[in-house]
Structures are given as structure tokens and as C-alpha cells.
Write a protein that binds this ligand. Structure first.
Ligand code: ADP
Ligand code: ZN
Length: 778
């Protein structure tokens, strides 16, 4: 008989849910609805045989045409159910109920809610929840070795190697061959020999991966009064939710914005909320925008709680996904930290939900089911009756507006921890302080003011960060003879030169090619010229100007995977690097105590273009980059090179915390958005049609426009812009046409969109993407 190893660190498993069906046994065959992880309109009917104990939420295997699929028993008949349902005797039966806990009522309502809001098929959302197919299968048994009994057979030759193996097993549990031979320092044949001699036996064991329980009682650092106050408020909210803890109870739901400058201890404060959830025997989820770059965060968690949290992101191996999915579902993983998709894991008893860097646009998923993880996290918290904590130094306008409207509460941490002070920010007016040409290199990008600041900082033995949010060498390559620009053959986008990799690259579709020696248009030789700076080109300039400085590039091209990021962070902390040049990757949460100068090479980049959040995002990004300066005892300096020193974003950054720069900027930005009826004061949705043939696509777009429910639109004050070519008019060889739908804030746009799109007959080659609350306007 296989033994079942149970983990010692188990949280109580939930009841299958407060569903009446769970009481009723299964005396007769009955009809149940099963939602399949496919883009279908609703659930399908199946037969639950008499001996098949399913409840809503049960994960089951069912037949579909010639296939077998895993789905979830759903609650009610789909709205689109035919008037005459398929008779019971013609339904196909459920084949198997899988050995994983049923999805809780909260989890099911959440999936349905997300589908309804995003206009995705419920099955497409379910697929995100069942994202590790192998996790649904029972674990495969492994072979372990143990002693048969205490007495040894007579005449057994006890070599030193054999003695060590026996000693290992005397005071330990059964082990795998690899573990045992490693622990005893012997080859596998020694163990096998003992099996042959009848001293050891092999047993088959089903083992779940273990997740150690974080210790909620280890003390964190002594908190300042302000920090302690904020932490206590969060702990109270978590405790209140844990005490009520009825599955349908929304009463303990709350959203708190933890609003504090970089380095103010926000992370320490929300760790307290996590500790409270663990102490209450519940689970905690922390969403981070770039989990793959969060080595420092993980280290801190481990220092605080003694163990690593369970991780969830796209770079996990399938074995890791499987282990984590099961541990979450079975309540064995108390703390999960992950990217946005971690929201859809099957938590049996989530007690608090934290969204760190809540303003980050990385929380918006742009393909497949388009959803904003921060917004859906708030929904998940509401359905579960638990607190959500949104964390940022530069909260989104959406969140600030919710605070202003009294829907969210705010906790403020206005000062950096300890003696660290906020850096001094100054503007360099590029119209007056023009970067000089460099002998042998052509145009330069560093003003005299910034060059001098770099020289002073390096002289003082401190570190410099130059920020330029442009990967590669140059964003554009141009023929000096005919003016031809090198464009991606598949997209409306220029090719970016990556000189280190020796090629041109499209940042939209990944197309890559060698830099040609002649202009592809006029054939002239040696006339192709790099235009504008990328980080690689900037590095050329700094090598020329500061040849002594030890430099490093920090971009998604130079950092492949979490290890290389961690290694670079280590090297910077160990002061093996003097000058760091980076894209937005450097903005993310790294703590570099000896970095005292941040130079922003082109602060205006990203300020213009068709994005309604351009100013807000630029402010957030530059504020965050500026926050990298002077986090320890040395005061930092930030120089922003701009050709728009009067722009409200630049003025706000220069004013800094002292003059309430941020609040004034956000108020002005809010007023402008309100006047224009833009989010968060109005609603937007985008429809993007794409197809290989421009004419067919235009016809489809016009037909869709004609099908719009004009009456309802007018009554609701809704306007439709388009169809028009999207700014990225061609992407991956597909043409794109866009509608933008604009509605008043209180208007429920989804029913109208659903009715409209139900009319649409799309040719097979044309795809439609619906994006409610769009963040990308390309
Ligand atoms: P934030 O998340 O607001 O950027 P952190 O929580 O990362 O701030 O804190 C910044 C640094 O200050 C971290 O190294 C953190 O460990 C330290 N720190 C914050 N609060 C305290 C405290 N009360 N005692 C000791 N160290 C603290
Ligand atoms: Zn391309």
C-alpha cells in the first residue's frame, strides 16, 4: 500500500462551499452544468452518474466530441440554455471527479465576474484558473528507501559505507535514492546492495511538494510611530475579516491605499498585514508588477518570515507550477507572491490581498482576457469580504480619485525611514544647455550640467545612474542620401538598432535582421546613419567621457532572467560598478545605498503621443527613478534633462515633496481629465479589429459601425470614435482598425457592448479584441 505523506504545515481545508447540493448525496443520476476552459458562451450539460459525488466547483473530466477535457461543475444553467434541454438519457456522463479541492463559491463568482466585466468567455477566464493542467492529476508516486526491521541478518558484511547508510535511516524518515546516497556519501549501488541483502526495502510514496510555514511571530524591525500606526490599521482590517469569515460576507471588505515616498517602509508595513493573515490561518497574496526582477523583495520576505513565499509567474517550470498550484488549492501555501495571473489561483481561504506598485501598467494584461489585475484584485477582495491593500509612492489617478470619493481609505508615510532624505531634483533646460558634439562619435546626449555632476559624484567615490528608457543603440536608422527610414516589414514601426547584438530589431513583433551595408531604397553605400540615442549609444559617450568609471548596462536585453538581474544588483551594492545605465528596469524597487546621482537623459520621452495617461505615467516613472538616488546616509541629487521645463510634470518633479509637487500635479491632471470626460471621470472601451487584408477589414469595420445601437448610445450619452486605423496600423502583418467608445462614469457599458457585438458577423480571418478600460492606445 502506498503511504500518503501528509504535510505538517497544513491550513484547514475549506468546506466544499456553502452549497446546498453538497448535503444532498447523489442518489440518482442528475443533470449538472460543467464549464470548460474553452472560449464558449457558457457551461455545457453533463450527466452526473449516481455514484458520482460532485458539488458546484468540483473539477471533473468530461468527454467533448472525441476529446476528454477538464472542467468545473458550474452553478446555474447558462442563460443561453436552449428552451428544450437535451434529455437526461442523451447527456454524456462525467468521467471522473479529480482529486483537487472544488473551486470555492468566491472563486467561481470571481471568474464569472471577470468574464462579465471584460466581455471574455467564462471558459477563457476559467482557463487562467486551471493554468497548470498537470496539477489536476494526482501526484506520481516516488520510490523511497527505509529499514525493513531493526535486526540485521546474520552474516551481513557491514562496510563503513553501509554503516553510514543505516545510520542515516536510523534517525530519519524514508528517503529517495538520491537523498540517501548524498546524505551518507555513498554511491547508489551501496543502497541497492542493502536492498538486495534484505536490510532495506523500497516503498512507493505519494508526496506533495512541501511549502514551509512562514513564522508570523518573528518580529520585524521596530517601526516608527507612523509606520506602527499604519501597520496597526492594516492588521485590524485583516483580523476583522478573519473573524467574520463567512464565504458570502462582504462586510469586512475594504481597500486601503498605502501611500508613502520611496524608502518610507511601505513594504515593512504591509508585511505586518501578511503576518496577521498567516496568524489567522489564512492565505495572503502579494501582486508585484515584475516578479522576475524582485530578488531583493524575496530576500526581505525570507529575512522577515524565515522561509520563501510561494512564487507564481510566467517563468516557472511546469513542475513548479504544478507544485504551487496544488499547494495553493490545498491551503498549504500561506503566502503567494506573483504576477497578475496569481490572482486566478484557487485560494481556499484568502485573507488579504496586496498590490505593490499599484500604479504600474504592467498589471494590465493586454492579450487574451484583457483585465487590469489591480482592479480585479479589488473585486476579488470584495467578493471574499477581505481587505485589499494598494501600495505606491505615486498612486494612479484612479486610486487617488477613489480615496477622494471616500471609497478607499489612505494611510500616509510621508518620510523616508531613518535619516535618509529625499533627493534634490533639478531641471536641466536642454534648449539652453545643449549637449556638445563629440569628436569621433557625433552628437552627444549629456549636457554640461549633467557631465559635471557625474564627474563630481564619481570623484567622491559614489555611484551614478543614467536613465534612458530606450533599449538598443538607436531608435531609428536613416539613409543620409535619400532619407529612407528602416521599417519593420510586418509592423508600422521603425527598426531599432541593437549594436551589441549586431542587428536591427522590431520591438513589437521581434523581427530581426542584420544592418544592411547599402540603403535598401536608393542603394547608396555607407549612408545609413543612427538617429537618436539608445542606452548602448549613451554608454559609448560615457566611456569616452569617463574612461575610468566601471560601467554596466541594465536593460531587458542585457539581463536575461532573474539570476543575471540579481547578480548585477549585487555588483552594484558591492560597489563594483560606478556608473549604471538603464531603462525602466532600474526603476523597480532596487535599493542602492551608494548611488547619489540620477541623471535622466531624456525626461520628455513618453510625454507626448495619444495616451491619455502619458503625463501621469511620465511623472510616476521619473519619480520612481529619482527615488533611486540617496537612499542611505548620503543625500541624492537628480538631474532631469528636458526641453519642456515648464511642463506640469517637470514642475511637479522639481517641486518635490516639500512643495506638494505631486498633489498639485495630480489635481491639475484630474481637472483636465474631468473636463475631457476621460478616466477615471468617464469610461472607455476599445475594440480593435485586425486582419490580413486591409479592404476586407475596412468593410468589416464599417459593417460593425452600422450595427451600433444608435438609440441606446444616444440615451446613455455614449459616443463612438472610429473606426480608424490604430496608431500601430499594421502589427505582425495584420492590419488594425480601432473603435474607441466613451461613456459617462456611471454608465454600464458591458450590456450595450454585448448586444452590439452579438450583431457582428466577422469573416474568419478577422479578429476582434475587446478592451474594457484600455491602457494601451496603440
Ligand atoms: P518602501 O517600500 O516604502 O520603498 P521599504 O519598506 O523598502 O520602503 O523600506 C526602505 C528601507 O528602509 C528598507 O531597507 C527597510 O528595511 C528599511 N526600513 C524601513 N522601515 C524600517 C524600520 N522601522 N526599521 C528598520 N529599517 C526600516
Ligand atoms: Zn515588427
Amino acid at each position: 500500500m502506498p503511504e500518503r505523506h501528509t504535510s505538517t504545515a497544513t491550513l484547514p481545508l475549506p468546506h466544499p462551499g456553502g452549497d446546498p447540493e453538497s448535503e444532498s448525496g447523489a442518489a440518482a443520476a442528475r443533470r449538472v452544468q460543467v464549464l470548460l476552459p474553452l472560449p464558449l458562451a457558457g457551461a455545457y450539460d453533463y450527466l452526473a452518474p449516481p455514484d458520482c459525488a460532485v458539488v458546484p466547483g468540483s473539477v471533473v473530466r468530461v468527454p467533448l466530441a472525441q476529446r476528454e477535457l477538464v472542467g468545473v461543475v458550474w452553478d446555474s444553467p447558462p442563460e443561453s440554455a436552449p428552451d428544450k434541454p437535451v434529455p437526461l438519457e442523451r447527456l454524456r456522463p462525467i468521467l471522473e471527479v479529480l482529486d483537487v479541492p472544488p473551486l470555492t463559491p468566491v472563486a467561481r463568482r470571481f471568474l464569472a465576474w471577470v468574464a462579465d466585466y471584460t466581455l471574455a468567455a467564462p471558459g477563457a477566464v476559467l482557463r487562467m484558473a486551471l493554468s497548470s493542467p498537470s496539477a489536476l492529476e494526482p501526484p506520481k508516486p516516488v520510490t523511497l528507501y527505509q529499514r525493513c526491521d531493526r535486526t540485521l541478518p546474520e552474516g551481513l558484511r557491514i562496510t563503513p559505507a553501509r554503516r553510514r547508510v543505516l545510520a542515516e535511516l536510523d534517525d530519519g524518515p524514508a528517503r529517495s535514492l538520491a537523498e540517501l546516497s548524498a546524505a551518507a556519501g555513498v554511491g547508489g549501488s551501496v543502497v541497492k546492495g542493502l536492498v538486495g541483502a534484505g536490510v532495506l526495502e523500497a516503498i512507493e510514496v505519494v508526496q506533495e511538494a512541501r511549502f514551509k510555514l512562514p513564522d508570523p511571530d518573528t518580529a520585524g524591525p521596530a517601526l516608527s510611530d507612523r509606520q506602527a500606526e499604519a501597520a496597526a490599521a492594516l492588521r485590524r482590517a485583516v483580523r476583522a475579516a478573519a473573524e467574520r469569515n463567512a464565504p458570502q460576507d462582504e462586510g469586512a471588505f475594504s481597500v486601503t491605499l498605502l501611500d508613502g515616498v520611496t524608502g518610507s517602509g511601505k513594504t515593512e508595513v504591509y508585511f505586518e498585514a501578511i503576518a496577521e493573515a498567516i496568524a489567522a490561518g489564512r492565505q495572503a497574496l502579494v501582486l508585484l508588477p515584475e516578479i522576475a526582477l524582485s530578488a531583493q523583495w524575496l530576500e526581505r520576505f525570507e529575512r522577515r518570515f524565515g522561509v520563501a513565499p510561494a512564487l507564481w509567474h510566467s517563468e516557472l517550470t511546469s513542475a513548479q507550477r504544478r507544485a504551487t498550484w496544488r499547494a495553493v488549492a490545498q491551503g498549504r501555501a500561506p503566502v503567494v507572491v506573483g504576477a497578475r495571473s496569481a490572482l486566478f489561483l484557487p485560494y481556499p481561504d484568502l485573507g488579504v490581498l496586496v498590490v505593490d506598485e499599484e500604479h504600474e501598467s504592467a498589471f494590465k494584461q493586454e492579450d487574451g482576457v484583457t483585465y487590469h489585475a489591480r482592479d480585479m484584485a479589488v473585486v476579488r477582495a470584495q467578493l471574499g469580504g477581505i481587505p485589499a491593500v494598494l501600495v505606491s509612492a505615486t498612486p494612479s489617478l484612479e486610486t487617488l480619485n477613489n480615496v477622494r470619493g471616500g471609497r478607499y481609505r489612505a494611510l500616509h508615510l510621508p518620510e523616508r525611514h531613518g535619516d535618509a532624505v529625499l533627493p534634490e531634483v533639478s531641471l536641466v533646460d536642454l534648449r539652453r544647455d545643449k549637449p556638445e558634439k563629440l569628436a569621433g562619435l557625433g552628437p552627444g546626449w549629456l549636457s554640461a550640467a549633467l557631465r559635471q555632476a557625474i564627474a563630481e559624484t564619481l570623484e567622491a567615490g559614489e555611484q551614478v545612474l543614467l536613465f534612458l528608457n530606450r533599449r538598443g543603440y538607436a531608435p531609428l536608422t536613416l539613409c543620409r542620401a535619400c532619407g529612407h527610414r528602416l521599417q519593420c516589414p510586418h509592423c508600422t514601426a521603425w527598426l531599432v538598432e541593437h549594436r551589441l547584438a549586431g542587428r536591427l530589431q522590431c520591438h513589437h513583433c521581434g523581427f530581426a535582421a542584420r544592418l544592411p551595408s547599402a540603403c535598401p531604397d536608393c542603394g547608396a553605400e555607407g549612408t545609413l546613419t543612427a538617429c537618436g540615442p539608445g542606452v548602448e549609444r549613451l554608454a559609448e559617450e560615457t566611456r569616452l567621457l569617463f574612461p575610468e568609471a566601471r560601467q554596466a548596462l541594465m536593460t531587458s536585453d542585457t539581463l536575461v532572467g532573474p539570476q543575471s538581474a540579481a547578480e548585477l544588483v549585487r555588483a552594484v551594492q558591492a560597489r563594483e560598478i560606478d556608473l549604471l545605465i538603464g531603462t525602466q528596469i532600474v526603476a523597480k524597487g532596487h535599493h542602492f545605498p551608494h548611488l547619489t546621482l540620477v541623471g535622466v537623459v531624456d525626461a520628455d520621452l513618453g510625454l507626448f503621443g495619444g495616451d491619455l495617461r502619458a503625463a501621469e505615467r511620465t511623472y510616476q516613472l521619473l519619480h520612481q527613478v529619482a527615488g533611486r538616488a540617496g537612499r542611505a546616509e548620503h543625500r541624492g541629487r537628480v538631474l532631469l534633462q528636458t526641453a519642456e521645463p515648464d511642463h506640469p510634470v517637470m514642475q511637479a518633479l522639481a517641486a518635490g515633496a516639500q512643495e506638494n509637487g505631486r498633489d498639485r500635479f495630480f489635481e491639475a491632471e484630474a481637472a483636465a481629465r474631468e473636463a475631457a470626460g476621460l478616466p477615471p471621470f468617464g469610461r472607455l472601451a476599445a475594440l480593435v479589429l485586425s486582419g490580413p487584408d486591409a479592404r476586407q477589414l475596412d468593410e468589416t469595420a464599417r459593417a460593425l459601425a452600422r450595427a451600433a445601437p444608435q438609440e441606446a448610445l444616444k440615451a446613455g450619452g455614449v459616443s463612438i470614435l472610429g473606426p480608424a486605423p490604430a496608431p500601430l496600423a499594421v502589427l505582425r502583418g495584420r492590419h488594425r482598425r480601432r473603435f474607441l467608445i466613451k461613456a459617462p462614469r456611471g454608465f454600464r457599458l458591458q450590456p450595450l457592448l454585448r448586444a452590439w457585438l452579438a450583431q457582428a458577423k466577422l469573416p474568419n480571418a478577422v479578429r476582434l479584441q475587446v478592451d474594457v478600460d484600455p491602457y494601451s492606445f496603440l
